[in-house]
Ligand binder design. Structure first.
Ligand SMILES: Cc1cc2nc3c(=O)[nH]c(=O)nc-3n(C[C@H](O)[C@H](O)[C@H](O)COP(=O)(O)OP(=O)(O)OC[C@H]3O[C@@H](n4cnc5c(N)ncnc54)[C@H](O)[C@@H]3O)c2cc1C
Length: 515
């Protein structure tokens, strides 16, 4: 199969294509009317990659009975413990889907704060969230829980299957696996990481900067007492922020140290590399031995020019890469999936307004742009050069101002995001934090991924949209506006108290009324 390089937007008019008898029940979809040699559209969506982004997207799509197949090239889940944890907005998403309790059991809650360029400042008081902490939870655990959740909801996950090519036409996408097998679906989403095959085959540009600084990271045992390590680490970190040895339990330490010049990036690092670099920077290798795993990461920073070409979309690291400082990458990918899931489902179910799917790029591309920029800034602040060190000292002082500290933390935790929904009150386009409502708490009402009208006036109705949007009349809800319309991702799509205005906005986000 020749992998197609599509350059022009293709029409995505799915409305009514789905066999009305198929619904959410397993069974084949209608074959395309033209192209007799095409295989039947067995799936609605094929997702390349079962990392956190792909698994989250699969689960979101299954909320709407979309037939999903996730293809993952690795036979076993990765065991690397890469991340700091889940930030506030991701915790909110988990709460909105009833997943938070499950995840909390596997993580450790830590105070929010100290994220921006690892400047040790506590979070300002009164962060606008019911989940104002960092949940330290290893990436493999997050991926496992999300994959398990997606499977429970009916997604199929096939491991050991690498996407090697695809062709799209006006009715679907034919996906070819590395072993030559062909599968067909309406849409393909590349959640296949920074070296995304899907993005490359799509011919989407990935402009940005190549990696200039490499860092070694791994888990290993040490041969000297903890106090000795702690004292040395404190001393080194006064000038070198890309350095730590942190106890990880059972004698194992998480080790981070700048790498020497890397001749071949495809070559994995060795224990000798760690020992050598530790000696160069700290004057001792701390007797490191018995590595559990070893890795190297760079500071390449790149953003896909487009997130969608016809029936093929990109999400997560496939769409953006940046250094891990601030711990945002996984969070960003999971949030992409949360934004895309209900829109793609609406497209497939046939009720999406014409432009809904394109709001995915319109909303998420600027968010990624902002994350890339803040990681560029943070990397500068980690430099050992006198200029950046002086800027770091100055910013550290500025962060004593509550507003500066708050601005930076809202950026890193993604609770400061405001999508551009047009003119309106400040709340419009922002996510609504979890509030108490008479049935319990607001996020508990969003588990099914539907819209929600929260009506304090008790006068309005969702009328012909009740199959897509829930209604809650609650005059006691703690809001300083009369009514809000929430999208399935918890962002405020409308504020007001006028039925006609509400109907216009219901049409804008949820398509035509069924009446
Ligand atoms: C050292 C380090 C520390 C980090 N720390 C943090 C942190 O603290 N917080 C944070 O939020 N993020 C952090 N990140 C970033 C985070 O790990 C990534 O952003 C995240 O893994 C992206 O998820 P993803 O699902 O988009 O991509 P990936 O996790 O890369 O998953 C992509 C999946 O696609 C599969 N795949 C690839 N090609 C194909 C193909 N052709 N067909 C089928 N499957 C394919 C891969 O095997 C993989 O399973 C860190 C990264 C590094 C390197």
């Amino acid at each position: 199969m020749h992998s197609q390089q599509v350059t022009a937007e293709q029409p995505a008019s799915d409305r009514g294509e789905r066999d009305s008898t198929a619904g959410g029940v397993p069974g084949a979809l209608r074959s395309p009317a033209s192209g007799a040699d095409r295989a039947p559209l067995t799936f609605d969506v094929i997702i390349a990659g079962c990392g956190p982004t792909g698994a989250m997207l699969a689960a979101e799509l299954r909320l709407h009975d979309v037939r999903v197949l996730v293809l993952e090239k690795e036979t076993e889940p990765a065991s690397f413990v890469r991340i700091v944890g889940l930030h506030v907005r991701s915790l909110e998403l988990m709460a909105m889907r009833g997943l938070l309790d499950r995840i909390l059991r596997h993580g450790r809650q830590r105070p929010a704060g100290g994220f921006f360029a690892a400047i040790p400042k506590a979070a300002p008081k009164g962060l606008d969230s019911a989940y104002a902490y960092l949940l330290g939870v290893p990436q493999p655990v997050i991926v496992h829980l999300l994959e398990e959740h997606a499977i429970e909801r009916g997604a199929q996950v096939r491991r050991g299957c690498a996407v090697a090519g695809f062709e799209q036409d006006d009715e679907g996408v034919t996906v070819e696996l590395a072993d030559g097998e062909r599968l067909r679906s309406r849409y393909l989403v590349g959640c296949d990481g920074g070296r995304s095959t899907v993005r490359k085959l799509l011919g989407v540009g990935f402009p940005g900067e190549p990696s200039r600084t490499e860092t070694l990271m791994g888990e290993m045992e040490v041969g000297v007492p903890q106090e000795e390590i702690a004292a040395k680490v404190t001393e080194i970190r006064e000038t070198q922020q890309r350095f730590w040895l942190r106890p990880f339990g059972e004698g194992v330490y998480s080790v981070v140290v700048p790498a020497a010049g890397v001749a071949d990036r495809a070559e994995p690092p060795t224990l000798k590399d760690f020992q050598q670099q530790l000696r160069t920077i700290a004057g001792t290798d701390f007797g490191v031995h018995s590595p559990r795993w070893m890795s190297r990461f760079g500071d390449a920073t790149r953003l896909a020019e487009r997130y969608r070409v016809g029936r093929v979309l990109l999400a997560g690291d496939a769409a953006h890469i940046h250094p891990p400082i601030g711990g945002q990458g996984l969070n960003l990918g999971v949030q992409d999936a949360f934004n895309l899931g209900w829109k793609l489902a609406a497209q497939i179910r046939g009720w999406a307004p014409d432009t809904l799917l394109d709001t995915y790029q319109a909303e998420r591309h600027p968010v990624a742009e902002d994350v890339l920029d803040n990681t560029r800034a943070q990397m500068e602040l980690l430099s050992t050069e006198p200029g950046p060190q002086a800027v770091r000292r100055l910013l550290t002082e500025l962060m004593d101002f509550d507003e500066v500290n708050r601005h930076l933390i809202e950026k890193i935790t993604a609770i400061g995001i405001r999508y551009d929904f047009g003119e309106g009150p400040d709340l419009l386009g922002r996510r609504l934090h979890d509030i108490d409502v008479k049935q319990g708490h607001l996020y508990g009402l969003l588990h099914h991924g539907r819209g929600l009208l929260l009506d304090r006036t008790e006068r309005l109705t969702v009328g012909g949209w009740s199959d897509r949007v829930d209604y809650l009349a609650d005059p006691t809800a703690v809001l300083d506006v009369p009514c809000v319309l929430l999208r399935p991702d918890g962002h405020v799509a409308w504020i007001g108290d006028d039925q006609q205005d509400l109907d216009d906005h219901l049409s804008r986000w949820f398509g035509k009324s069924a009446n």
